[in-house]
Design a protein around this ligand. Sequence first.
Ligand code: PMV
Length: 332
Amino acid sequence: MHRPLSATAEATSNIALVKYWGKRDVALNLPSTGSISVTLDALKTRTSVRFDAHLDADRITFPGHASAAGTARITRFLDLVRERAGIDLPAAVETENSFPTAAGLASSASGFAALAVACDAALGLGLSPSALSVLARRGSGSAARSIFGGYVEMDPGRAADGSDAFASPLAPAEQLPLALLVAVTARGAKSVGSTEGMQRTEATSPYFEGWTRQVPRDLEAMRAAIRAADLEQVGTLAEANCLRMHAAMLGATPPLLYWNATTVAVMQAVAELRSGGTGAWFTIDAGPQVKVVCAPSDAAEVARHLEAVPGVEEVLRAAPGPGARVVSEIAS
Ligand code: PMV
């Protein structure tokens, strides 16, 4: 009998306060160092999956345009799930993002967290939260963190098979209320993808070693700052850690410069806010957008200041939010 196994899940993006940059194993997507992030309440992906014997092959639907590489990455992820479930059924995957995909905002964290949770529910795998994080990590390293809400720490693990490389909750969202503003400085920007960027940094940057040596210290300081609910310390550490990651990237051959002129103008605008007495700190990932952390009560003023920077296209606003969750399930 034909019995489609389907489920829909939602997950949101997360922003790393101590970044992940470097892999100890590329095939298994194992990070060289740990990372700490905050899962957001916005920048959401909703993914439906249906394993169905009536399909000839996997059918993957993205909003807007689908890149061949993006589709292949999802098929590889579905193969892992099928192997684990001991099935051979093709799947239909439909994905929707609450943010414009062409905005050059990372969607792999929310995307693979939502897909992992949807596949688990559709096939009734009953994976624990840690096992879901391990599975999401295979799609994208940062996705392992979006399984959980609030403040989250990723453990790089030591095992060669990656079974101990997963994220866990560090503190609930309420521990440290903050606003996260995303200054969009370019749309659809083509940059070097994170896997290629990490490999290039590791292989060629003389500063990569310094980066991996520093991260454990940054993790320890960040844990303490979150525990103390000290926003100024969290922001200061996040900004320093981001600059250290970009220093390692800039030392690569050819150099990885992810910033544009507006990125730098926003960094300067954040410094100006601070000189004027408003607490705001930036962090930047492998792209030109600038994420700014501030107190919720300062968010309107900070947003106005960022919007006034020439070249800023839009400022999006988010706060700490929940982890990935199933929103509907029709497994039979
Ligand atoms: O999850 P990936 O492979 O897209 O890598 C994420 C890398 C950074 O966004 C730059 C840092 C991080 O920890 O999210």
